[in-house]
Design a protein around this ligand. Structure first.
Ligand code: PLP
Length: 418
């Protein structure tokens, strides 16, 4: 490894020469203030950060053991529970991104040899399977086509046949744009005494997650999508059934950082020091959740539906077909198929470089085959829908695809009807 030593002399370009060891080469480090590009983030995440969230992040830092910090986390936990649709006492935001919460959700409940039943029809379900397998769990997978939800009867039969202790599924599969209803999964899981883990990373704050109504035992999410914050905190909630299992565990979890017993003692119990949680990220989350409370959660869901429908109307008018059938679509992630002969990478680069708009491409088997367009939280607006459709039309033409009709007009017609 090269160790970098910064010297003091600044040259005319605001660059300082850097001496590197062991090689005697010379590099430069810029001292010019950063000026990140202002993107319109309409990909699969992160989404747009609310202006009031940025503002909140400029407040003074308090320590992770300050009484004010715990008043703040209590408020955040209460607001989070409302957005999750739960009365769960154990509802918190842990440090890390959605994957940290995914790993916490699996590893605290599935250890070596635990039978785990997984519904796998997308990239993030695959990730849960990978995490469970790294725990040494005994996996039972039901694989399904990417772009379709699991049928309720098949889901029930799978759980009754495999008799797992833990069942895991993705409520909002970001890699395909599919919503997976969970009621039948939860009923069957509870009938065999299993806990249900649901990945709600792309639904929280934008669509009904309905933890209690669905019967989910462990639900988790992230801060950077529907909650309009930067990445860095990962909400998680446990049902009383999940909490009983957590509390009954006598052996320490191998992961110290993700041990939910310890995190419970830090945030909720005796406030015993566990790690230096970021006050700044909690300010952000507080503000993101306050914005949801002010808007009203149901109005927010409705806003996402309206913009989702307008965008789909526009995309279809341009001549694009959607991967997912209407009844199973998320109102956050839109997955049109890439028209034949179009280089989707070039299309996305054009949108980014000429218009400052980020959208994303497919993952895994859908790489090169779909686009992923996110309308989440502060990004789900009429202005953004119309701007994206206009720029996408221009980019498609540049890629020699002749749109069938104007996407903007179709979306405007849709808005006029609602
Ligand atoms: N699960 C789903 C459904 C996701 O969409 C993502 C990320 O987009 C993750 C898990 C992982 O979250 P993160 O990238 O925040 O670690």
């Amino acid at each position: 490894m090269h160790e970098t030593i910064v010297s003091q002399t600044v040259n005319a370009d605001g660059l300082i020469p850097v001496a590197t060891r062991p090689a005697d080469s010379h590099a430069t480090v810029s001292l010019t203030p950063l000026s990140p590009p202002r993107r319109l983030l309409l990909g699969a995440g992160p989404g747009m950060v609310d202006a009031r969230v940025y503002q909140a992040m400029t407040q003074p830092v308090v320590s992770h053991v300050d009484p004010f910090f715990f008043q703040l986390t209590d408020r955040v936990h209460t607001m989070l529970a409302a957005v999750f649709g739960t009365g769960n006492r154990f509802t918190m935001a842990i440090s890390g991104t959605g994957t940290a919460a995914m790993e916490a959700a699996i590893s605290n409940f599935a250890g070596p040899d635990t039978p785990v039943a997984l519904f796998v029809n997308g990239y993030f379900a695959e990730r849960m399977s990978d995490i469970a397998s790294r725990q040494g769990a005994r996996l039972f997978r039901l694989d399904g086509p990417w772009g379709e939800p699991f049928d309720e009867q098949r889901a029930r039969e799978f759980i009754l046949r495999t008799q797992p202790r833990v069942v895991a599924y993705v409520q909002a599969e970001t890699s395909t744009g599919v919503f997976q209803p969970g009621r039948a999964i939860c009923e069957a899981a509870h009938a065999v005494g299993a806990l249900v883990v649901a990945d709600c990373v792309t639904s929280l704050g934008t669509m009904p997650v309905a933890v209690d109504e669905t019967g989910i035992d462990i639900a988790f999410s992230c801060s950077q999508k529907g909650l309009c914050c930067p990445p860095g905190l990962a909400p998680i909630t446990l049902s009383s059934r999940g909490l009983d299992v957590l509390r009954a565990r006598r052996t320490p979890l191998r992961s110290f950082y993700l041990d939910l017993q310890l995190l419970d003692q830090y945030y909720v119990g005796a406030h015993r020091y566990h790690h230096t949680a970021s006050a700044t990220l909690f300010y952000a989350l507080h503000e993101g959740l306050a914005a949801i409370a002010e808007e009203g959660i149901e109005q927010r869901w409705q806003r996402h539906i309206e913009n989702h429908e307008a965008l789909v109307a526009g995309l279809e008018s341009l001549g694009l077909r959607m991967l997912v059938a209407p009844a199973s679509r998320l109102s956050t992630i839109h997955t049109p198929l890439v028209p034949k002969g179009i280089d989707e990478g070039a299309l996305r680069t054009r949108l980014r470089d000429s218009h400052g708009i980020e959208i994303m491409g497919g993952l895994g088997p859908l790489a090169g085959k779909i686009l992923r367009i996110g309308l989440m939280g502060a990004g789900s607006t009429r202005t953004n829908v119309l701007r994206l459709l206009e720029c996408l039309e221009e980019a498609l033409r540049a890629e020699r695809f002749e749109p069938a009709e104007s996407g903007v007009l179709a979306a405007e017609r849709h808005y006029a009807r609602t």
